[in-house]
Design a protein around this ligand. Structure first.
Ligand SMILES: NC(=O)c1ccc[n+]([C@@H]2O[C@H](COP(=O)([O-])OP(=O)(O)OC[C@H]3O[C@@H](n4cnc5c(N)ncnc54)[C@H](O)[C@@H]3O)[C@@H](O)[C@H]2O)c1
Length: 348
């Protein structure tokens, strides 16, 4: 297989995760990295990588066929536009943009240029989630009435030494819960309306440390979600799905779906059903699916190549990422106003 020339823009926390994976994958040729900070440049140079201060220098010098954009949220769409103007496919980190208007601009650019776009909601590449979607699509839960999602974990005090993590927009809703919202959008479709409450009672920062929400999906499912970065708890996807080695894995579930014909918990993929008549006096049977677990970031990069080469449609398109963003922003808005928010796609 011919090597695929890739570049990375932004060598921060997640940019380095992508770089490490690419360097270990023989099918990729990492042609260069754009990174303005001295510390990031030194990190790249220590790996023997060609590093440029701006993405325009990177694009003009190295001519990649695909680029991973791992810069701060507000720059995602403008950087992507520069890549797409040169016909270069983009894998944009989540959230797709900092505003819905910017995400809509990206959708328009994709239509105009025909350049493929994949958004980095990486959990969609997890075989556990793909199996869950198959179980739901096969109708084995019947109509999914409820989803319960817990994203409860503890971030250490030092995490908050960085100012933006204490300020509005830097909290666990936009950083963490957006991943769980995207999982539900992937499994259940679009969110129609949201009610929410958030609190900063424990840490006392400007930003929330905890939030609870009720999401109504257009398919009729109601989802209850909690997130907190100040709870000592194993009940969150990062701690129980085993996607990243820095989180010691716990044998518990964080996501629960209950339908008219069955119930499913994740990530353990335990499916509960009656074999005969559905009746709460009867014995429930539990069957657990096994999937071959893989590195989701590796899977995502492989998929990105197929998207860039126009062999596969994106597993998370700019429109899908817009859907996740609109639900997440509606949640933030609902918590701020105390009012139920109808998502823009349903408010006309
Ligand atoms: N999918 C995931 O699991 C995941 C995890 C963490 C972060 N993210 C997302 O990735 C993005 C980056 O987050 P992070 O935690 O890595 O942030 P970070 O601050 O650690 O890294 C961002 C890097 O981009 C660089 N940068 C800024 N502007 C640039 C530009 N115009 N061109 C090139 N480089 C530029 C910065 O110097 C910095 O090194 C955010 O959108 C975040 O939401 C995704």
């Amino acid at each position: 297989m011919q090597k695929f020339p890739l570049a990375v823009i932004g060598a921060g926390v997640i940019g380095r995760t992508h770089i490490e994976r690419m360097l270990a994958m023989p099918e990729f040729d990492l042609v260069g990295v754009a990174e303005p900070s001295a510390a990031g440049q030194q990190w790249c140079q220590a790996k023997g990588l060609a590093v440029f201060a701006t993405h325009t220098e990177l694009l003009n010098t190295t001519r990649p066929q695909g680029v991973v954009i791992a810069t701060p949220n507000a720059s995602h769409v403008s950087v992507a536009a520069d890549c797409m103007a040169q016909g270069i496919a983009v894998l944009i980190e989540k959230p797709v943009a900092d505003t819905l208007a910017a995400a809509e601009h990206l959708i328009q650019l994709e239509k105009e240029t025909g350049v493929p776009v994949l958004v980095g909601h990486h959990r969609r590449h997890n075989p556990i989630l793909q199996r869950a979607r198959q179980i739901i699509d096969e109708g084995r839960l019947g109509h999914v009435v409820h989803a319960h999602v817990m994203a409860n974990f503890y971030k250490p005090t030092a995490y908050f030494d960085v100012a933006w993590r204490r300020q509005k927009g830097g909290g666990p809703v936009l950083i963490n819960l957006i991943h769980d919202i995207d999982m539900l959008v992937y499994l259940l479709g679009e969110v129609r309306a949201v009610q929410a409450h958030s609190s900063n009672t424990v840490r006392g920062f400007e930003v929330e440390d905890s939030a609870s929400a009720l999401l109504e999906f257009s398919c009729g499912t109601q989802a209850v979600m909690t997130v907190s970065d100040t709870t000592v708890s194993p009940w969150c996807w990062d701690l129980c799905a085993g996607e990243q080695s820095q989180y010691p894995r716990q044998a518990v579930a964080s996501h629960y779906l209950a339908g008219t014909h069955g119930a499913l918990s994740l990530p353990d993929l335990a499916l509960w059903q009656y074999t005969g008549e559905r009746h709460w006096h009867h014995e429930l049977q539990c069957a657990q699916s096994r999937v071959h677990e893989t590195d989701v970031y590796v899977q995502q990069l492989r998929h990105f190549r197929a998207v860039a080469e126009r062999q596969d449609p994106p597993l998370c398109s700019s429109l899908e990422a817009w859907r996740t963003l609109q639900a997440t922003q509606a949640l933030v808005q609902a918590a701020q106003t105390g009012q139920r928010q109808i998502c823009p796609a349903f408010s006309a």
